[in-house]
Design a protein. Structure first.
Length: 269
């Protein structure tokens, strides 16, 4: 029976992925910060805060104690801190990075021996925001871009051991992240951001109530965990692949412009 550790299974994508893997015959440990009602979920619950080092170490020990290693680590737990950098404290920025970047990489470190034993896969749940920056989402963008860069490096480091890394990049899907992600405490302190705050709040309301059902994204994450033929990056959601392509094209055009700028400087240098 294949084994998986899925973080953030209290609701949303994590709960969907854990439940789907159980349906497929997997032995699943799902992390939660609070205990569910008895019998409420069909997977084994590990009470843990992934930003607490002792909890991460304990999770590593828990999976190491199981014979056969760990076939999939699904780093799903995440949050979104929203606000302009001018209204954001360093503590708020650090908290965002702790959840979305430091914690997943710490879990990889804790679980690597078990992943090596099973020649397993690390599934990093990123976001289209790991490819495109947006006003008021700078901290979230930083955490997801950082996760993607770290995962590129990780993929090279663990490939010799037969461990794979896959990044899933969801667009907006109807989960609790849009309602539970904290706004910066100083929201609205600068009048210059009133209009963009209004736009973002309207988008968040749409996201919470009317964005697409998360089942497509759940299946993409499950495919990343269960199939060996998936690509390194999986953008998923309406318009997400096109947004990634447009960003890649913009970077390419900026590179050409930089070469045109620097060419004469280098020639005259």
């Amino acid at each position: 029976m294949p084994r998986a550790l899925v973080t953030g299974t209290s609701s949303g994508l994590g709960a969907g992925v854990a439940g789907r893997l159980v349906e497929l015959g997997w032995d699943v440990i799902g992390t939660m910060r609070r205990a569910p009602a008895p019998g409420a979920v069909p997977w084994e619950v590990a009470l843990a805060d992934v930003t607490v080092e002792d909890d991460v170490v304990a999770l590593g020990q828990r999976v190491a104690a199981r014979a056969g290693g760990l076939d999939a680590l699904v780093n799903n737990a995440g949050t979104a801190t929203i606000g302009p950098f001018e209204e954001m404290t360093s503590a708020e920025l650090r908290a965002q990075l702790e959840v979305n970047l430091v914690a997943p990489m710490a879990l990889v470190r804790a679980c690597l021996p078990a992943l090596r034993a099973a020649r397993g896969v690390v599934v990093q749940v990123s976001s289209v925001s790991g490819q495109n920056g947006s006003a008021l989402f700078g901290a979230y963008n930083a955490s997801k871009w950082g996760l993607e860069g770290a995962s590129e490096a990780l993929a090279e480091e663990v490939a010799p051991d037969g461990v794979r890394v896959v990044i899933v990049e969801p667009g907006p899907f109807r989960t609790a992240i849009s309602s539970t992600g904290p706004h910066v405490a100083a929201k609205g302190r600068q009048d210059r951001y009133t209009a963009v705050w209004r736009e973002v709040d309207d988008w968040l309301a749409w996201h919470a109530a009317s964005s697409p059902d998360a089942s497509e994204c759940v299946e993409a994450i499950v495919a990343a965990a269960t199939r060996a033929d998936v690509p390194f990056r999986i953008p998923v959601g309406d318009g997400v692949a096109e947004a990634v392509r447009e960003h890649a094209q913009a970077v390419s055009e900026q590179t050409v412009a930089a070469e045109q700028l620097l060419g004469p400087l280098k020639a005259g240098g």
